[in-house]
Design a protein around this ligand. Structure first.
Ligand SMILES: [Zn+2]
Length: 196
């Protein structure tokens, strides 16, 4: 069972957030992080983003995906409108950074983002969003607007007791390096993308 291990306020380029670390035990060095913007009221409809860790995109500005831009856009949105970012430690669609780099190596040889994972004997997408729902429940968030393009995230809410008030699209512009990745996201995973 997850629990809040620690919490603190952090000022950012996008305003002040209160950050909660969630894990099953306090020795976990990669807890999930919940970032709550200052003007957020849990008793009403809350803007929520489920965001899976992507160190290459968020920290090192990789152009192979749009995760860094999405995280920045989500922080900006939450700071302006109130809301919560649930940062999930599910790096590389939950195959981990080592396997993600292995998959990237295969992609250099011509395999696409899904084929590369399958060739390594890994799931195309190994993420589980029930853990994000669990954190919403612990925080007593009952009704949300979900910032996402991902139908699996929508399903995870529909299968829970939390009310999905609306979906807010979070679509970034593509670039030369990530357009085939985004096209695969739309075609294979059914992501709700309109620009690609
Ligand atoms: Zn990424």
């Amino acid at each position: 069972m997850l629990k809040i291990q620690a919490q603190s306020k952090i000022p950012t380029d996008y305003g002040v957030f209160t950050v909660y670390a969630f894990s099953e035990n306090e020795e976990d060095w990669s807890p999930h992080l919940v970032w709550v913007a200052e003007n957020t009221d849990f008793s009403t409809t809350v803007n929520v983003r489920f965001h899976s860790e992507c160190i290459t995109g968020e920290v090192f500005h990789s152009k192979k995906c749009e995760c860094g831009q999405q995280l920045d856009a989500a922080m900006k949105y939450m700071s302006e409108n109130g809301g919560v970012i649930i940062y999930l430690r599910q790096e590389g669609r939950n195959i981990g950074i080592i396997n993600k780099l292995r998959a990237y190596e295969l992609q250099e040889k011509g395999w696409d983002t899904v084929e590369a994972n399958l060739k390594l004997g890994l799931p195309a997408d190994g993420r589980n969003f029930d853990v994000a729902v669990e954190m919403l429940n612990i925080l007593k968030i009952r009704k949300i607007n979900l910032l996402t393009n991902n139908p699996d995230k929508i399903k995870s809410i529909e299968n829970s007791d939390i009310i999905l008030n609306s979906r807010i699209p979070l679509e970034m512009d593509s670039n030369k390096e990530n357009e085939s990745y985004l096209a695969k996201k739309k075609k294979y995973f059914g992501h709700l993308l309109e620009k690609i």
